[in-house]
Design a protein around this ligand. Sequence first.
Ligand code: FCB
Length: 415
Amino acid sequence: MKPGTVLRFPPHFLWGVATAPTQVEGHISNEWTHFVARDGGTCRVACDNYHRYSEDIEWMTRLGVNACRMGIEWSRLQSRPYAPLDQTELDRYCDLLDRLQAAGIVPMVVLHHFSNPPWISSDGGWINPATIPAFVDYVTKLVSALRGRVRLWNTFNEPDTYASCTYLLGEFPPFLKWRLKIFRTVIRHMAEAHLKICRVIREQGDDSGPVEVGFSKNWTFFQPYCRTSPWDHCIAAVSHAAFNRFVLHHFLGGDRKESSTFLGLNYYGRVRFRNCRPLVPVGGMSRETLAQMGVACDDMFERHPPGMELAVRQLYQKYHLPIYVTEHGAASTDEAFRERDLRQNLAALHRAMGGGAEVRGFFYWSLLDNFEWQFGYSKKFGLLDVDFSDAGLPRRMKPLGEIYRKVCVDNSIGH
Ligand code: FCB
């Protein structure tokens, strides 16, 4: 792209930041409460967003965003199946949503982001079909209680990541490995719940405008490193079938797609395989070794900005649903690297939109450095830095925060 080029986004485009309750709130009682991450960290206090949400909203204002994707934590609101919602916790979320509205920030609410109430987990979690009506009951009550405050609903965040980390890779509680049948059952149950919830949300409607509902699919390209390796071809094809095709089929296949009004896309990059080994830092290889092989990574995955264009184009062509990029971000302490990554991915997104894909918003992962599941506090995705060594958990704007602010305020990206 020529220097001086400015890529403009459509009017009313949503520029947001994304977070999840377990990763930022703290003081939570779910399956993560007693979990100790690889760096020794726990989510017990996290960023203490539970108490500091108004301060964090002020930071969002400073960032110039007009949207935020946030979760509401099921375990806070119901103490047993079919119970009425806890009024104190509900009031807290209402206050948060009112403050967002006063700040001109549109919330997209995520209903399930890798966590469940303890009474759901002890009863088999999403393996148990009884979880479906219990979740639908909770959501029905929540949607009605938040009437007038939320217009954008995100049912499930990355069902494939949740089910694979929990039942295939043994990374998320209860740490089971290679239970392929269970993986498939969990996806089917979540998809069934998604369809039911879409119906509830669309029937209830909202006074604040047309309601929108969809789930977020984590899109990873799986490829062989060497085109001539049949084994690596095979692993890539099996991964694509299990994590991409199977999940999309259950959530959006056939007339199921009529239930959703949008598709959420979480896009980070790709995974290439060499001698059956994934070439990614989370697979245990160093960023430097990978760089020597021509595999450019952040602290987690291989970056692949052209894939942003391809994923958006392909998914839009296939489903014809408006798309929100509900997560994109890079984990690194190298801010210049993160800036390049953001610019390249936004340019790719812009190309996809120029090619006709309807994209309504982009949410950067994440507002702040936070508890990154099995990796604890070692992965730095934030636009804001949080000093976890200081009990006051002070926030500080990072250089990328300033750059993102300009993108949001200008509704464009300059090169
Ligand atoms: C996504 C998750 C999010 C965060 C980012 C880095 O898969 O939805 O919670 O962990 O990755």
